[in-house]
Design a protein around this ligand. Structure first.
Ligand code: PMP
Length: 450
C-alpha cells in the first residue's frame, strides 16, 4: 500500500521539481497528495491541506468539480487528442467561439498552445511577424515593465524582469526595453493608485516616443504583477497604454494568464480599463485548473497580414504537438459553462469583501508594510522595518518559514519571497478564509520572531 513516506522516497530518487533547490528536501519533506476535493488536498494518511493559492493560480471552482469531471469523462470516450494542423474538432471550435464572444471587442481569432509561456512566445512571434509581413521588418524589439513575469521559456523569460528567474540565464536572452513600472507599493504617502500610475506612465510614453520605430509590442500583466510579488497598479495605466500604443503604432500584448477568468473581479482584467489589446494571452484558469492549455486571441487585422498565397511565405510558423488538445478544450468549455450558469462574478464580489475583512488586521502587524488587494488577490508585504520598509534579507527566507508553519497547520500558502498572499479557489467559504488568515498571522509571528 502506498504511504506518504514510500511515495516521497521514490520521488526523491527520480524526480526533479520546478522552482526548487532539491537539497531543501533533505530537511523539508515534499508533500505527497493522494486526492483533492473542493479547496482541500489530502495526503495518503488523511492529512488535509487548504489550497489557499489555487494550486499555482490555476484552479477556479475547486478540485474534482462534478461538472468538469463529467464533461471530461464524456470527452474521454469520444476524442482525446488529434493533430491540430489540417484537422479540427468540436471542443476547439466551440471554445474559440465562446472565448472570442467573452473577451474584449476586436479580438476575433484564437490560436491555441499548451501552456502560458508558449502563449507568450506565440504572441511575441506573431507581433514581430505581423510587422515583417506589413513592411516593417525593423520592428524587432519589445517593451516590458520592471518587475514583470511572463513565463520561463527563453523568449518569455527575456520579456520578464524578476531577477530570481532571469539573472542566471541572461546571457541566453534577447535584449528588451525595460520601463520603470506603475507598481503602487512605491507611491508617495497620500498619493492615490490612479495618480501614481498616471505619473509613472510618463516613463512609458517617453520610451515609446524614442523607440517606436524599432518596437513590435509592449507586453504587460494587466492590474497585478503576480509572480512579481503580487504588486498592483491602477487601471488608468492600461487606458493610457492602449492610447499610446495606437499613437506610436506598437502592439499591446495583454498577458492575462494569471489574472484572467475573474481573478481581479471582472472576467478579464482589461475590462476594468475598457481596453482591447492586440493580443490577449490566456492559460491557467482557462481549463478550470484541470489541464494544460493556452490561447492567444488576436484581431482580424493581425490575422489578415498572414493570410495570402502559399508561395508568399507569410504563414505564421509555430506548433506544439498538443495544440488544441480536445480534453483540455472540453475542460475549458465546462469551465465557461459554470461562469454562464451561475452568478460567479457577483458571488466573487462578496468573496472579495470577505477576503478584505480577513486581511484587514494584518496592516496592524509590526512587520507588515502593506496589505493590498485587487479582486480575489490579497497580498501582505512582510518587511524587517515597517517605517523605512527595509526588507528582510532574502537569505533569511522568512516567507519560507511562513510556508512551513502553514503546512504544519494544514494550509497551503506559498509566499513569493516575503510576500504572503491569498488567491483561493472561488468556492472557498468564510470559515475557511478565516482559518487561512489565522494561520497566516501565526505563521508571520513565528517567522519574524524566529
Ligand atoms: N504569464 C503570467 C502572467 C504568469 O503568471 C505565468 C505563470 N505563473 C506565465 C505567464 C507562464 O505560464 P506557464 O507557467 O503555464 O508557462
Amino acid at each position: 500500500m502506498m504511504t506518504n513516506h514510500s511515495l516521497t522516497s521514490r520521488d526523491r530518487a527520480v524526480l526533479w521539481h520546478p522552482c526548487t533547490q532539491m537539497k531543501d528536501h533533505e530537511t523539508f519533506p515534499i508533500i505527497p497528495i493522494k486526492k483533492a476535493q473542493g479547496v482541500w488536498l489530502e495526503d495518503f494518511e488523511g492529512r488535509r491541506y487548504l489550497d489557499a493559492i489555487s494550486s499555482w493560480w490555476v484552479n477556479l471552482f475547486g478540485h474534482a468539480h462534478p461538472a468538469i469531471n463529467a464533461a471530461l469523462k464524456d470527452q474521454l470516450d469520444t476524442l482525446e487528442q488529434v493533430i491540430f494542423a489540417g484537422f479540427t474538432h468540436e471542443p476547439a471550435v466551440n471554445l474559440a467561439e465562446r472565448l472570442l464572444s467573452l473577451t474584449p471587442a476586436g479580438l476575433s481569432r484564437c490560436f491555441f498552445a499548451d501552456n502560458g509561456s508558449a502563449a507568450v512566445e506565440v504572441a511575441l512571434k506573431m507581433s514581430f511577424h505581423y510587422w515583417k509581413n506589413t513592411g516593417q521588418p525593423q520592428k524587432t524589439r519589445f517593451i516590458t515593465l520592471e518587475n514583470s513575469y511572463h513565463g520561463e521559456t527563453l523568449g518569455a523569460l527575456a520579456v520578464g524582469d524578476v531577477a530570481l528567474y532571469k539573472d542566471t540565464y541572461s546571457p541566453l536572452l534577447m535584449e528588451v526595453l525595460t520601463v520603470p513600472g506603475p507598481d503602487c507599493y512605491f507611491r508617495e504617502p497620500g498619493e492615490s493608485w490612479a495618480d501614481y500610475s498616471t505619473r509613472r506612465f510618463a516613463l512609458m510614453e517617453q520610451t515609446l516616443e524614442a523607440h517606436a520605430n524599432s518596437v513590435c509590442a509592449v507586453i504587460i500583466e494587466p492590474l497585478v504583477q503576480c509572480a512579481g510579488y503580487m504588486r498592483m497598479y491602477d487601471p488608468v495605466y492600461l487606458s493610457l497604454l492602449r492610447a499610446a500604443c495606437d499613437k506610436y503604432q506598437v502592439h499591446l500584448i495583454a498577458d492575462e494568464i494569471a489574472v484572467g477568468f475573474g481573478r481581479t473581479g471582472t472576467l478579464f482584467a482589461c475590462e476594468q480599463a475598457a481596453v482591447s489589446p492586440d493580443f490577449m494571452c490566456l492559460s491557467k484558469g482557462l481549463t478550470g485548473g484541470y489541464l494544460p492549455l493556452s490561447a492567444v486571441l488576436t484581431t482580424d487585422k493581425v490575422y489578415q497580414a498572414f493570410y495570402d498565397d502559399y508561395h508568399k511565405l507569410t504563414a505564421f510558423l509555430h506548433s506544439h504537438s498538443y495544440t488544441g488538445n480536445a480534453l483540455a478544450c472540453r475542460a475549458g468549455l465546462a469551465t465557461l459553462d459554470i461562469f454562464q450558469q451561475q452568478p460567479i462574478l457577483e458571488n466573487n464580489q462578496q468573496l472579495a469583501r470577505l477576503m478584505a475583512i480577513a486581511a484587514a488586521r494584518f496592516i496592524e502587524h509590526p512587520h507588515v508594510a502593506e496589505v493590498r488587494q485587487t479582486g480575489l488577490i490579497v497580498a501582505i508585504e512582510l518587511v524587517k522595518n515597517k517605517r523605512s520598509r527595509e526588507p528582510f534579507p532574502w537569505q533569511e527566507r522568512r516567507g519560507l518559514k511562513v510556508y512551513q508553519y502553514a503546512l504544519a497547520k494544514g494550509v497551503l500558502l506559498r509566499p513569493l519571497g516575503n510576500v504572503i498572499y491569498f488567491m483561493p479557489p472561488y468556492v472557498i467559504t468564510a470559515e475557511e478564509l478565516s482559518v487561512i488568515a489565522t494561520v497566516a498571522w501565526d505563521g508571520i509571528e513565528w517567522a519574524v520572531n524566529g
